[in-house]
Write a protein that binds this ligand. Structure first.
Ligand SMILES: Nc1ncnc2c1ncn2[C@@H]1O[C@H](COP(=O)(O)OP(=O)(O)OP(=O)(O)O)[C@@H](O)[C@H]1O
Length: 312
C-alpha cells in the first residue's frame, strides 16, 4: 500500500492542487490565493456552486494528484474531504487547508492561522493523520449538530464571537429558543472502551457531536486522534433557566442534570416524530429522520500548523 509519507517525498508530486471558493467569507482572499499559487506553480480550480468542490477533487484524483488544498470556510473543507471519501482517495491524498471563510473552525483547530501561513505550511508543514466522522455516508471534520444551535452555528455574528468566544453560537441559539420545538429523540451510543453503551431518550434542545471541535469548557479543539466523538446532549429546559450569559457558561462548562456528556465512537439518533431533523455537518445543512455516526480513526492526512496539539 502506498503511504502518505511515500507520496510526499516523490519529486513529481511536490505540488498542490487548490480548490478555491472565491465567494466564501468576505470574498477578499481570492486574488491573494491566485497570486501566491501562481508564484509556486500550483493549479487553482474555482468553485461556483454546491457540488463543484467534489467534482474538482474527483478530477484531481483521476489525474494522479496527491496533494489537494481546500481554500474557503468550513463548508469548503467539508466538501473537499467528503469528495476525497467519495473518490476513495483518503489513503492517497494529503489535504491542505487555506482559511478563507467566515468561520474557519477547522483551520483554527489544526493551527492554520492565515492564508500566508497556510502557504508556508504547504511547503514545509507537518502532516498528521486525523479522525473523521461519518454521518450515514457523509464525512465530516469538525462536528455534527442538531437542535437549536444547528441553524445558528453558521450564522454567528462576529461581535458576539468576540464577547463569548467559542460559545457565541450557543448564545445566538438561545435568542431563538422561544420559537424552538425541542427534538423528541432517542440517542444510542456505544460506550468508549471499557464503559457501557448508553441510551438517552427524551426532549433535546441540542445534540452536539464533536470530532475536531469541543463543546465543553472553553470549547476549541478536541482530541482528533483519539478515535472518539465528544457528545453533548442538552435537555429541554425552561427558557428562564437559560437566558443569561452566566447560564450559558454554566450549562456548557460542566456537568448539570440538564446536560449529558459522553465519549463514543458510534452513535445513532432516532427521531420520535414524523418530520426530519435538521443537522449541521460542519455548517452544511442536511435533513435526516435517523442518523448514524461513526468515527473513521486517523483517516485524513492533513498538513497542520505548529500550534496544533495532538492531545489538547
Ligand atoms: N462560488 C460560490 N458562490 C457561492 N457559494 C459557493 C460557491 N462555491 C461554493 N459555494 C457553496 O458555499 C458553501 C461553502 O461555503 P464556506 O463554508 O466555504 O464559506 P463561508 O460560509 O463563508 O464560511 P464558513 O462556513 O467558514 O462560515 C458550500 O455550501 C458550497 O456549496
Amino acid at each position: 500500500m502506498t503511504t502518505t509519507a511515500d507520496t510526499d517525498h516523490s519529486p513529481t508530486n511536490n505540488t498542490w492542487r487548490i480548490v478555491l471558493n472565491p465567494d466564501s467569507g468576505s470574498a477578499d482572499h481570492a486574488e491573494r490565493v491566485r497570486s501566491l499559487a501562481a508564484e509556486r506553480g500550483y493549479t487553482v480550480r474555482e468553485t461556483r456552486k454546491a457540488g463543484d468542490a467534489a467534482t474538482f477533487v474527483s478530477e484531481a484524483v483521476s489525474e494522479g494528484v496527491t496533494r489537494i488544498a481546500a481554500c474557503g470556510g468550513d463548508g469548503t473543507v467539508h466538501n473537499v474531504v467528503d469528495g476525497l471519501g467519495r473518490a476513495d482517495a483518503l489513503g492517497e491524498v494529503t489535504l491542505g487547508v487555506l482559511p478563507g471563510g467566515t468561520g474557519n473552525d477547522f483551520a483554527d483547530n489544526i493551527g492554520v492561522e492565515s492564508i500566508d501561513h497556510a502557504f508556508e505550511l504547504l511547503e514545509s508543514g507537518e502532516t498528521r493523520r486525523l479522525d473523521l466522522g461519518v454521518a450515514d455516508d457523509e464525512l465530516f471534520t469538525n462536528s455534527c449538530i442538531a437542535g437549536l444551535t444547528a441553524q445558528t452555528s453558521a450564522e454567528t455574528e462576529s461581535e458576539m464571537k468576540q464577547r463569548f468566544g467559542r460559545l457565541a453560537y450557543v448564545v445566538a441559539g438561545l435568542q431563538t429558543v422561544r420559537e424552538f420545538e425541542p427534538l423528541r429523540v432517542e440517542i444510542d451510543a456505544e460506550g468508549a472502551s471499557g464503559t457501557d453503551a448508553e441510551r438517552w431518550s427524551g426532549e433535546a434542545l441540542a445534540i452536539l457531536v464533536g470530532n475536531a471541535r469541543r463543546f465543553t469548557g472553553a470549547g476549541g479543539q478536541a482530541n482528533v486522534e483519539d478515535g472518539l466523538f465528544e457528545v453533548t446532549i442538552v435537555e429541554e429546559m425552561p427558557t428562564s433557566e437559560m437566558l443569561t450569559e452566566a447560564a450559558v457558561q454554566r450549562f456548557f462548562g460542566g456537568e448539570t442534570d440538564r446536560v449529558t456528556h459522553l465519549r463514543s465512537d458510534r452513535l445513532r439518533v432516532t427521531s420520535h416524530e414524523r418530520e426530519q431533523i435538521e443537522f449541521s455537518l460542519d455548517g452544511e445543512m442536511r435533513e435526516h429522520h435517523d442518523l448514524s455516526m461513526t468515527v473513521r480513526p486517523k483517516a485524513l492526512a492533513v498538513v497542520v500548523g505548529e500550534r496544533y496539539d495532538p492531545s489538547p
